[in-house]
Every structure is written in C-alpha cells, then in structure tokens.
Design a binder for this molecule. Sequence first.
Ligand code: AP5
Ligand code: MG
Length: 213
Amino acid sequence: MILILLGPPGAGKGSQASKIIEEFGVTHISTGDIFRKNIKEGTELGLKVKKIIEAGSLVSDDLTNELVFDRLAKENSESGFMLDGYPRNINQAEALDSWLKEHDKEITKVIYIEASNETLIGRISGRRVCKNCGATYHIKNHPPKVDGICDVCGSELVQRPDDNEETALDRIEVYNRKTSPLIDYYEKSGVLHRFNGNLEIDEVYEDVRDSLK
Ligand code: AP5
Ligand code: MG
C-alpha cells in the first residue's frame, strides 16, 4: 500500500497518520517531522532549513526529494509506505512519479483532507506537541490528561515555532498557491479520495479506514 496524505496545514494529516499506522502498520514518512528532528539535533540539514520552516516557506525541491528517496531506500518500504506532507508541489510530484516508475510501484491512494480556513487556524493555534516523542495534542479538541504534559512519555508539551497565527496564514497561502494544484494532478490520475477534515478526528478516521479496507 502506497499512500499520500494531502491537505492544508492543520487539516489533520499527522493525526490521521497516527491512526493509520496503528491499524495498518505502514511506514510513515513525514518530511515536516524529519526536518524538525534535524533542527532539534542541530544537524547540517537542520541548520539549512530552520529559517525556511520558521517562515512557513517551502524547503527546496532538490533537498526534499533527495531526503525522501534516501529514506525510501533505507526503510523497508517493500510492504508499502505513507508520505505525509510530500509531495508539496507539481515538481515534487513528478519527481516522485519517476522514482515510483523506476521502482515498479504505483500510488494506491491519495488521502486528501479538506477543511475550512477557520478550522485550520483554530487547529494550528491550539496544537501542542511533545518536546520528546512528538505526540500531538490540541488544547480544546484533544487535550492531554494533565495540562502541558504528554500522556505517552510525561514530557513537556510545547508549541511549534511555525504555529503562530502570522506564520500559519503564510503557510496556508503557500499551500493554496503551490500545493493545491496537486488536487487536480491526482484527480486526473484517478487516485484522489476526498475526506471532510472538519469532522472530529475519529469521524474522519472512520471514513479513511473504510476507504482503505
Ligand atoms: P508539515 O510538518 O508537513 O506541516 P503542515 O503541512 O503545515 O501540516 P501540519 O503538520 O501543520 O498539520 P497536519 O495536517 O499534520 O495537522 P495535525 O494532525 O497535526 O511541514 C512543516 C514545514 O516543513 C513546511 O511549512 C515546510 O517549510 C517544510 N516542509 C515539509 N514538507 C516539505 C516538502 N515536501 N517540501 C518543502 N518543504 C517542506 O493537526 C493539527 C491540530 O489539530 C492538532 O492539534 C490536532 O490535535 C488537531 N486536529 C487534527 N485533526 C482534528 C480533527 N479532525 N478535529 C479536531 N482537531 C483535530
Ligand atoms: Mg503534520
């Protein structure tokens, strides 16, 4: 199974990814998570992308494509994988298509999660993530059991530096301009499936799960 999670910032790609992994056990490759891990560890890649990510812009296609294909080569991707936040423009989608063709593979489904701008801003501004394990919460929609503390590992919950309102608006604008053309791109190849991301996390997942069975 080869899945792509597509949708604007805050639509719930990461939240649905956690549920898909739990049930279907596919390898999860989130370019955003990989970049943030590198920033946290202060690697060369992290230093290169820190400012770009904090400004809500896109990292260069060359760097991102190389990162994803390296990861796919290292991971045991034979049984399938799920890309979250990649591809993010037509150029990346074409690079992925070439890679898939070379490896005799095909996209099973593009899970496209739609949500209104109002929903996105509310989700992004209320999101809290665990400093240690990356588990994601929301102060209203999905709060931890103890305020500010991760249910999974007990570490402190923090806000992503790109989750302030100004950068969130920039990220939505970048999405509309550069990423949303992928909706048409994948619709034309017949792999796009639309999901109403305005619903509760579990309701969205019921629809996603039904489409994967
Ligand atoms: P990335 O990490 O991919 O961020 P994003 O696309 O902006 O998406 P988010 O992670 O913000 O949202 P999400 O859809 O995963 O929502 P979540 O489930 O967390 O990218 C970050 C940056 O990295 C980019 O800006 C760019 O700079 C760079 N980058 C990454 N990939 C790149 C690429 N391919 N090329 C170039 N640059 C790249 O949910 C959000 C909140 O809402 C949470 O609090 C959650 O609990 C809550 N929530 C989720 N779903 C629901 C629901 N249904 N109901 C109620 N609450 C919900
Ligand atoms: Mg995410």
